[in-house]
Design a protein around this ligand. Sequence first.
Ligand code: 13P
Length: 249
Amino acid sequence: MRTPYVAGNWKMNLDRRAARDLAVAVRDHAVSGVDVGLFPALVHLDEVTRATAGSHVRVGGQNCSDEQEGAFTGEVSARMLKDIGATVALVGHSERRHVYGESDEFIARKVRRALEDGLEVMLCVGETIEERRDGRTEAVCQAQLTAGLEGLDHAALARVSVAYEPVWAIGTGETASPEQAGAVHSYLRGVLSGAFGDEVGAAMRILYGGSVKPTNAAELMAVPDIDGALVGGASLRPELFLPIIDAAS
Ligand code: 13P
């Protein structure tokens, strides 16, 4: 059975004090049977890992370098993330793909680097509205998923989760319906089974992201192949994020 997983991607929001206060609120919220993750901005990671140390909350970077170390100005390595207490890296978020032009190949290198250097990975995939209108949702998500995970062995795959985030639903208030999201999740699970075997397909968690709110979280996460939520805007306010965690349990 897959444990539900609810994570907040804070993106480029909050100041240090607000990040700490929010992390404490999440830490102190009792949960049962749900994995909870936070992805603060890099400069707040240290504060948040300290605030949540020893708790059930896992903390991750929103991005990490594909390189291990060296002359890469402005980059942060998986080892550095791990060193300050992060345990997971978000890789391939649509804002990285579409705003910063990260390719499937580049994202795959980041996935491998993060896993090799001891982090878990949450790999994001998702189609744009044009791709959906063109009937290419499955092809796009399949290509992003298989490119991102290519060549990984089962031990590495056990440390990967996937977030399906349709680009048209991110920050727009427009949510994929449970039927729309569920269809893609089931398809992606089939892709995982086909590529890596049924065991991997059955075990890997696939989260949904895109305008998740307390009002739609329960019905989305009630879909059998939707194993949790990656939450943007609503993760910035405890009164919105904590009920979403509760909806997963
Ligand atoms: P919103 O929840 O603000 O739509 O953002 C989703 C997202 O991009 C999470 O990574």
